[in-house]
Design a protein around this ligand. Structure first.
Ligand code: SAM
Ligand code: SF4
Length: 485
């Protein structure tokens, strides 16, 4: 969720294989920053490049094409991109001396927000394209090869989801047993601190039929868990097969019928769009995991109003009570911003008290970062950096205590774990609990892609340690996909 390079790893590395094989072909190295939607977009870029003969690599040294898929949410995230571009310039010059090509592209939200400015600050960049333009990558590359920097940041209304060729079954399988699926994009909420409505554009929802087709393709290739993505995912209102707009609850019900899709998640939700139908889905559908990321940002009504969140502290607390009534064991997580312009110590204390009152399983905490063009950036009473940093530390300490307490409450419990990939040490696998915790277990690699019961024995700062309760690995062969490993 922050501007750090995402934890997504190239497919071969996720499978624990060497990636040396890809060097014989043209290869693309994509570095993904920021949110899960960027991870999804990076995969779509790879898919768009397949017809041009490119394969994904995790070796920057051999890549013929390097794309930075960027995040603009905070200043630090954007600045990291420029320092990375400095490094790439040197590599590109070295390559040129060897007579080899290395195209450099900047994609994502920094590209959208800064456009031409990127070419001015980093002339070694060949192409700059925003999140609504990646489906035109083949044509953009053709123009970039002519030697003029290309900038593509239009919102042209094409259905990019349909233009990019669907990934082959093998490519889906190589990406793992869990997958992201964008169902909604853009945002009309205009929180005063946030760049998303400007970089991702107005809210659109993909039609139910298209989402379903993509989910079925994923499941047929062996994907067991899908996370539906949207900047405001619970505001989903895609056209249903009956020609009427379907809400996220309806969509989840339909997806729960897809054979092989055992687990469904969605992120990120806005408190105002958490309707009764979605709560009923959490109550009724075993496929919908007991986990909800529901950002609140602040515990102070005055700050929430200044942020244009359009709900109060009390609205949020009442909503949490309704969610817990529907699904008592649900793990709630949130985002918080400290040091929003004008935030007093007393207002910050209201955020701490909200955290105490709710009890979160985890949370992302951020120091406010003024973003050019957003209303909050021009407010006069910006909070002193040192004050913001000190508040951040206090909030993080509280959130960490809650996260550790939540993890500790799992010790002795038996959880269903979906095994995703090899662990750090031979003989270990890493999986996910229903509450999205990483679980490390001694188990055979053949179990990747299966769900098994695991008793939790111990906790680590970012994971749970457990042992398998019962034996036989379920067949991973979903719709004839064959063994996983
Ligand atoms: N749509 C989601 C929502 O409604 O909360 C989140 C979108 S944003 C990609 C992820 C998080 O980044 C936000 O929830 C917020 O906490 C944080 N964020 C956004 N703009 C920020 C800013 N200017 N400074 C600090 N944090 C920011
Ligand atoms: Fe940004 Fe607010 Fe939209 Fe979330 S709801 S993407 S924080 S404007």
């Amino acid at each position: 969720m922050d501007g750090n390079p995402s934890r997504r790893e190239p497919a071969a590395r996720r499978r624990g294989e060497s990636t040396a094989l890809v060097t014989a072909q043209k290869s693309v190295y994509i570095k993904t920053y920021g949110c899960q939607m960027n991870v999804y977009d990076s995969d779509r870029m790879t898919d768009a490049l397949v017809p041009l003969g490119y394969r994904e690599t995790d070796s920057l040294d051999t890549a013929d094409l390097v794309i930075l898929n960027t995040c603009h949410i905070r200043e630090k995230a954007a600045e990291k991109v420029y320092s990375e571009l400095g490094r790439l310039r040197v590599m590109k010059e070295e390559r040129a001396l060897e007579g080899r090509e290395m195209l450099v592209g900047v994609a994502g939200c920094v590209a959208q927000a800064e456009g031409q400015e990127i070419l001015r600050r980093a002339p070694s960049v060949d192409m700059v394209f925003g999140p609504q333009s990646y489906h035109r990558l083949p044509e953009i590359m053709e123009r970039a090869r002519l030697g003029v920097g290309v900038v593509e940041t239009d919102f042209d209304g094409d259905d990019k989801f349909e233009v990019v060729p669907a990934p082959a079954r093998q490519a889906i399988r190589a990406r793992g047993v869990t997958a992201f699926l964008t169902v909604q994009e853009g945002c009309d909420k205009f929180c005063t601190f946030c760049v998303v409505p400007y970089t991702r554009g107005a809210e659109i929802s993909r039609p139910v039929g298209k989402v379903l087709a993509e989910a079925e393709r994923l499941a047929a290739a062996g994907v067991r868990e899908v996370t539906l993505l949207g900047q405001n995912v619970n505001g989903y209102h895609g056209e249903g097969p009956d020609g009427r707009p379907w809400g996220l609850g309806d969509l989840l019900r339909r997806l729960a019928e897809v054979p092989g899709l055992d687990r469904l998640r969605y992120t990120t939700s806005h408190p105002r769009d958490m309707d009764a139908d979605l709560l009923a889905v959490h109550r009724d559908l075993p496929q919908v995991m007991p986990y909800l990321h529901l950002p609140v940002q602040s515990g102070s009504d005055r700050i929430l109003d200044a942020m244009n969140r359009r709900h109060t502290r009390d609205d949020y607390l009442k909503l949490v009570a309704r969610i817990r009534a529907a699904r008592p064991d649900i793990a709630l997580t949130s985002d918080f911003i400290v040091g929003f312009p004008g935030e007093t110590e007393a207002e910050f204390a209201e955020t701490l008290s909200l955290v105490e009152e709710v009890g979160f399983a985890a949370a992302y905490t951020f120091k406010y970062s003024p973003r050019p063009g957003t209303p909050a950036a021009s407010l006069g009473d910006q909070v002193d950096e040192a004050v913001g940093s000190e508040r951040l530390l206090r909030l993080q300490a509280l959130v960490n205590r809650q996260q550790q307490a939540f993890s500790a409450s799992m010790v002795g419990r038996t959880l269903e774990v979906l095994f995703e990939k090899p662990g750090r040490y031979p003989g270990q696998l890493i999986g996910r609990s229903p509450y999205l915790q990483s679980v490390v277990v001694a188990a055979d690699a053949a179990r990747i892609g299966t769900i098994a019961r695991v008793t939790i024995e111990d906790i680590r700062p970012n994971s749970l340690m457990g042992h398998l309760v019962d034996a036989p690995a379920e067949a991973v062969d979903v719709a004839g996909a064959g063994g996983w490993s």
